[in-house]
Design a protein around this ligand. Structure first.
Ligand SMILES: Cc1cc2nc3c(=O)[nH]c(=O)nc-3n(C[C@H](O)[C@H](O)[C@H](O)COP(=O)(O)O)c2cc1C
Length: 157
């Protein structure tokens, strides 16, 4: 799977006035009508239950300069978990899930379906609101490393 490059996102939610989140690369668009996407979240992730109970989540696509934030949301250390929402600007859209102000794009979703598959849940979200940021250089993950993706070469049309 390391050879499958992926955009790095933060999947976040708010439950009982508390923010939760995780770093996720298992994210894909689904349908246009209704606008939807899915993400696969480990059922042991601390945010998993909060997403199921709040019935909402936001997918924040990270710019290249948010590697430390991606590491923070992937760390299982309690002290790192406590720092996740302390250093950046977060706003709220339709569902109340935290939206990273610096995200390249953020999709604010209501949870439509949760399908358990082995260790993970496939979470299908219907997009309620979208926020498009200014950044264009994506943070990627491949070969077990974080990397930048900037459109430098010719687009193959
Ligand atoms: C680059 C990267 C991608 C990840 N993608 C996913 C993912 O798609 N789904 C998932 O459940 N965990 C994924 N993880 C792991 C979680 O981010 C992490 O294990 C966990 O949720 C940490 O948070 P917690 O201790 O609060 O549960 C990824 C980790 C990294 C470093």
């Amino acid at each position: 799977m390391r050879r499958l490059p992926a955009a790095v996102t933060l999947v976040t939610c708010r439950q009982d006035e508390k923010y939760h989140g995780l770093t996720a690369t298992a994210v894909t668009s689904l349908s246009v009508e209704p606008p939807s996407l899915l993400t696969c979240v480990n059922r042991e992730a601390s945010a998993h239950r909060a997403i199921l109970e709040s019935r909402s989540f936001c997918v924040n696509v990270l710019p290249h300069d948010k590697v430390e934030l991606a590491r923070l949301f992937a760390s299982r250390k309690p002290e790192d978990r406590a720092r996740r929402f302390t250093s950046d600007k977060w706003i709220e859209l339709a569902t109340g899930a935290p939206v990273l102000d610096d995200a390249i794009v953020a999709f604010d979703c209501t949870l439509d379906q949760a399908i358990v598959y082995a260790s993970h849940s496939i979470l299908i979200g219907q997009v309620q609101d979208i926020r498009v940021g200014d950044a264009h250089k994506h943070l990627m993950y491949l070969e077990g490393e974080f990397a930048d993706l900037a459109l430098t070469g010719t687009l193959r049309r």
